[in-house]
Design a protein around this ligand. Structure first.
Ligand code: IMP
Ligand code: MG
Length: 176
């Protein structure tokens, strides 16, 4: 893969360490004796985060996926969120953590939280690997945050630019 123009932002090692901390926090917040816990990944960007976070959680955790469209091939949000893939699980009465790659405007995360709440989850919280608060259009409560980053377009560890770079280890800044 051509890495020209990419600047390293977060190493794979730093991400792994932080994801381990998030997993321990989630274990402390959701004791195993309680309700079933679902980790719902927002495809495709959260695929690696979900896989690593799930393995950093020691208690039993169930996995499912949703997919919403936000950006097409462009790097600007369209402003509308479309559901492309719905949950397959019944999460009624369960604790649900939505795993997101990045919260930018906040529209996607909020739309997916509303969807999960509409399915009568007992609780819905957000785990986001990355948070770009300077870009926020809607307020979002992120319970489990990996890293706060500046307003730069980033790729790697699941994050894409026009579908490329998702498989890069670590997170990189694209462009100047
Ligand atoms: P939001 O709805 O504006 O918060 O956008 C969230 C989605 O936009 C994320 O799940 C990503 O798919 C995408 N996105 C936002 N910022 C970036 C970025 O810096 N790199 C890659 N994708 C991004
Ligand atoms: Mg994307």
């Amino acid at each position: 893969m051509d890495r020209a123009g990419l600047l390293p932002l977060l190493s794979a090692e730093r991400i792994a360490a932080r994801v381990g901390e998030l997993g321990a926090t989630i274990d402390a917040d959701f004791p195993d004796a309680g309700r079933p816990l679902w980790l719902v990944g927002a495809l495709k960007g959260a695929a690696f985060f979900l896989a690593d976070l799930a393995r950093a959680i020691r208690r039993d955790v169930r996995l499912d996926f949703v997919r919403a469209s936000s950006y097409g091939a462009s790097t600007e949000s369209s402003g509308t969120v479309r559901l492309l893939l719905d949950l397959s699980a019944d999460v009624a009465g369960c604790d649900v953590i939505l795993a997101e790659d990045i919260v930018d405007s906040g529209r996607t995360a909020n739309a997916l939280v509303r969807l999960l709440q509409s399915r009568n989850a007992a609780s819905v919280t957000i785990a986001a690997l990355l948070d770009k608060p300077s870009r926020r259009v809607e307020p979002v409560e992120i319970r489990y945050r990996g890293f706060e980053i500046e307003d730069r377009f980033v790729v790697g560890y699941g994050l894409d630019a026009a579908e490329s770079y998702r498989n890069l280890p670590g997170v990189w800044t694209l462009g100047a």
